[in-house]
Design a protein around this ligand. Sequence first.
Ligand code: SAH
Ligand code: SF4
Ligand code: F3S
Length: 445
Amino acid sequence: MTNDKRYHITTFGCQMNKADSERMAGILEEMGFQFSEDPNDADLILYNTCTIRDNAEQKVYSYLGRQAKRKQEHPELTLIVAGCVAQQEGESLMRRVPELDLVMGPQHANRLRDLLEQVFDGNQVVATEPIHIVEDITKPRRDSTVTAWVNVIYGCNERCTYCVVPSVRGVEQSRTPEAIRAEIEILAAQGYKEITLLGQNIDAYGRDLPGTKPDGSHLHTFTDLLYYIHDIPGIERIRFATSHPRYFTERLIRACAELPKVCEHFHIPFQSGDNQLLKAMARGYTHEKYRRIIDLIRNYVPDAAISADAIVGFPGETEEQFQNTLRLVADIGFDQLNTAAYSPRPGTPAALWDNQVSEEVKADRLQRLNHLVATTAAARSERYFNRIEEVLVEDQNPKNPAQVMGRTRSNRLTFCDGDINQLKGELVRVKITDVRAFSLTGERI
Ligand code: SAH
Ligand code: SF4
Ligand code: F3S
């Protein structure tokens, strides 16, 4: 079924938003819409938004302003804001941009068809009330044919003092192991080779599902889920993100070491290397505990790649406390680190504190941290030189059509010569000949 109408989606923010966008695109295609790369060619435009930092939010407003103007000349254009800015701003977004037809929070992504039907009946719709997320029965329009996201838990019950996620994504809601397994079986049948299990705090998986084990612990845990889905034929690699140091268990590390499809990569944000700041952030662990987790990982999986997120310039951060973050980064030797300057967010406790760090100091610390990260990542890359790595080919190298690109099990982006038509979705063995901080080049053998 087609309806001659075209849709465009621009996605901001994290993997959760990317996964939500793929499901919303699937719903639109089921309704007969065709994808349009160019928003100016589309009859329906959906911005799936992020509000984690102020600059992410401002970007949305500039995109939106342009399309609101276009709508004044083309009133039949349908304009939608979904995602975390939509949830945060709700009605007030509708007042600020009256051209909008639909403002919908992340929990409503799977309800897009219902909401659009209300819009096509002539209503302006705001859908931001907390709901039980409906199990997805549509077929997502996935960006890749090789790797796929699979949500396992939505929302977050933590209360990190800087973070908007709990207020925009709502409380934790785990999908059942059966629904997750069924989705992965379909992916395998479609030829997908790699899945990434997604949750803001994936270690929390199962806490909200009914049932207890004989010893009184939760019946379903993330570790159990890994065992439960591991044997699905066709799926060659399993990844997961994001892990929270507070809940990370030795049992999970052991499962990763034991289960051959689970890749040797751990993404465990630490945010700060200073105990006082970790306390002010309400993270629930110390830098010593974080270091113990990494030691444990390296005991079981010596070659594991470790990545994380960190914030500089959190309220009250002194130069000395920042140095503790630098020290942690240097000691651990991260393969990759996502860094950000602290951004005060509406409705979060830390935004109201009177000990904010100046923008100049934040920018300076960010630069110093990024410099160190480039150095540690380059040092970590060295170990791949001359090694043979398994790479799952995902795409052509956009800068060199004679090359393909993919990732090692440890998640390093890797390039090698080859024809994408022959190699897409294949696991190839690559001898690494060239190492850079965040990527590798090699020869297929
Ligand atoms: N659930 C994950 C992270 C989700 S948000 C976790 O707990 O680690 C992704 C990252 O954005 C965070 O790890 C943090 O480093 C960063 N972040 C969140 N709020 C921020 C803020 N107000 N300012 C700057 N960075 C922020
Ligand atoms: Fe935000 Fe903390 Fe939840 Fe991560 S664990 S999403 S940083 S509140
Ligand atoms: Fe952004 Fe929402 Fe993700 S705020 S980082 S898109 S959960």
